[in-house]
Ligand binder design. Structure first.
Ligand SMILES: [Fe+2]
Ligand SMILES: [Fe+2]
Length: 464
């Protein structure tokens, strides 16, 4: 049987994949959409002014797209310490001079326990002072080290990993987490720090504000030589103007992209595993969820006769199905009670975000469709589109069953893991109306609720 086009294998540029997935990292790190791409373009412009060799430019290119890969790993802790939405806290930190103690305190005070009474907020703030070191260095160390590990995991090389690890070090040694100073900070990391700050202020207040902040922090946050290099393209209005609207096209049109790798199948698998890990790191209650759903979906698929390229796409869709959860604050994800209607509205957006991020990647269209449909139900009562049986194909139904199976059989914030017998009783109630009964049967075959006990007749006496 001929497979439809979307199952065909074809070379995918690594840079295209990373640049599209960088939108998922923007979501969880509190940056505006497209931040990593714009930072990449600003960093490359600096590299060009400095005349850096091509191997440095390649490392910088990849590192800037993946610089926030570790951002989800401190989200749960940040939400706990601040008693609020971690994404909002990160967003307000972006424009603060957090290496200035007074400004850091002011930013913390503005964000802590929003909606709480004055006394509760003050108590929380005092409590936070006992975590001062963890907030200033520990959380950054977690993020930077995890991000660097991920860069290595997907084969970006040691130089790119160093950029991610030292992204927040400052020229005067008051950065974080290792307090490196001056030339001890790798050059590419100094460029990354400058470029990301310029983008934040450029998006918030325009080009002049971006230059005003780097002049003000010249010699404290930033290497003065790099600030001088940045000044050389301040008046390039074409560059700054197109950065606002067309960064994706600019990145994909860069001549140098042709010099970068196409992603091998092994590399794509490594990237999918890495991003599954990034999603799972966001909440202690969803740790390993994406990798377990991958295993369940593959097992159901194989049981139902899916194989080859189609099974590969199903596996990758299962790994990345919750990518959009990176945009859901941990104050909602880790909430012990039931979400409010407003919180539900945020949760219901995550499959749409999974779809939108994955659909950006050329050749990932089919994968995006499967992943984006994981909360749809046969009776049309699912989300985010509310489509029904006639639009849900087998791969989508398999992923939905695998996701529900894990949601029920794993421990949740508000209850322990359920025994398989109970899991199947609940799934059987939904069979036909919401979930595909054939997928549930395949699950029961692969993971029987009770392992049959051997009868006496089956037992063969051990040889003496
Ligand atoms: Fe989901
Ligand atoms: Fe899920």
């Amino acid at each position: 049987m001929d497979l439809p086009d979307y199952y065909s294998e074809g070379a995918l540029p690594l840079a295209d994949i990373l640049s599209s997935l960088s939108y998922a990292l923007d979501l969880t790190s509190g940056y505006s959409s497209g931040h990593a791409q714009r930072t990449c373009l600003i960093g490359l412009r600096l590299a060009s002014v400095l005349g850096l060799p091509q191997y440095n430019v390649n490392s910088l290119y990849h590192a800037l797209l993946m610089k926030d890969a570790g951002c989800s790993s401190n989200s749960a802790r940040m939400a706990e310490i601040f008693g609020t939405d971690d994404i909002q806290v990160k967003r307000s930190m972006r424009t603060a001079n957090w290496s200035n103690t007074l400004e850091a305190m002011r930013t913390a005070a503005a964000n802590v326990l929003p909606g709480g009474s004055a006394i509760a907020r003050l108590k929380k703030l005092i409590e936070m002072t006992s975590h001062r070191e963890e907030i200033s260095d520990g959380l950054t160390e977690t993020r930077c080290d995890r991000g660097a590990q991920i860069a290595l995991q997907i084969g970006l090389g040691e130089d790119a990993a160093l950029v991610v690890r030292h992204l927040d070090e400052h020229w005067d040694g008051h950065g974080s987490p290792y307090h490196l100073k001056g030339d001890a900070i790798p050059l590419l990391a100094r460029i990354a720090c400058l470029a990301q700050t310029m983008d934040v202020f450029y998006v918030a207040h325009g080009v002049d504000a971006a230059y005003e902040v780097i002049m003000r922090r010249c010699g404290t946050w930033f290497d003065p030589e790099l600030v001088r290099a940045a000044a050389r393209f301040k008046s390039d209005y074409k560059f700054w103007g197109s950065l606002a609207t067309a960064h994706t096209e600019m990145l994909s049109n860069l001549e140098m992209r042709n010099a970068l790798d196409d992603a091998s199948e092994e590399r794509i698998d490594a990237i999918c595993s890495a991003f599954a890990g990034i999603v799972d790191a966001k909440s202690p209650f969803t740790a390993e969820h994406s990798s377990r759903v991958r295993d369940y979906a593959v097992q159901i698929g194989q049981q139902m006769g899916i194989m080859g390229r189609r099974l590969t796409l199903l596996r990758r869709a299962a790994q990345l199905h919750d990518l959009g959860k990176l945009g859901v604050p941990n104050s909602i994800l880790d909430k012990p009670g039931k979400p409010t209607p407003e919180e539900w509205a945020v949760i219901r957006e995550h499959p749409r975000n999974s779809f939108l991020i994955l659909a950006r990647i050329r050749g990932f269209d089919r994968l995006a469709e499967i992943a984006g449909a994981h909360h749809e139900r046969l009776d049309g009562n699912g989300y985010h589109r509310g489509i029904g049986a006639s639009e849900l194909d087998l791969d989508m139904r398999i992923l939905a069953a695998a996701d529900v199976f894990d949601a029920l059989s794993a421990k949740r914030p508000y209850r322990d893991a359920l025994p398989l017998q109970t899991v199947y009783e609940i799934m059987d109630k939904d069979a036909g109306a919401a979930l595909d009964p054939d997928c549930i049967s395949a699950l029961k075959f692969v993971y029987p609720a009770q392992v049959p006990q051997p009868s006496k007749e089956d037992c063969v006496p051990l040889a003496a």
